[in-house]
Design a protein around this ligand. Structure first.
Ligand code: HBI
Length: 103
């Protein structure tokens, strides 16, 4: 998958598509694709992170993220491209899919 930085138009389109996919909440902040996922408790939040971690490893593309109890804050960017690429969009879509299936 391309590691070329997406231009403004492509980013705007990808962000709109992403927000239409699940519960929304994605934004472009400080050059990263950001969202805070909220789960009912720590176990569900960490279970989500565990599932994402395995997919991220299989994609060789990893999130910048933090967790406080039921909240998981993610900031996706492609470090080697210095911005947001299709890899970040793909990982974000996987996150949306997994968050929707979280109990
Ligand atoms: N994850 N978000 C992100 N960005 C990268 O550039 C990246 C990565 N995971 C692994 C990776 N690059 C490898 O190709 C090496 O650069 C570590």
């Amino acid at each position: 998958m391309s590691a070329i930085r997406l231009d403004t138009d492509a980013l705007t389109t990808a962000l709109a598509d992403l927000n239409a996919l699940g519960q929304g909440g994605w934004s472009l902040t400080d050059g990263a694709l950001c969202k805070t996922f909220a789960f009912s408790d720590f176990v569900r939040a960490f279970g989500f992170m565990t599932q994402v971690a395995l997919i991220a490893e299989s994609m060789n593309h990893h999130p910048d993220w933090s967790n406080v109890y039921g909240q998981v804050r993610v900031a996706l960017s492609t470090h080697e491209a210095g911005g947001i690429t299709e890899r970040d969009i793909a990982l974000a879509r996987q996150m949306e899919r997994l968050a929707m299936t979280a109990e």
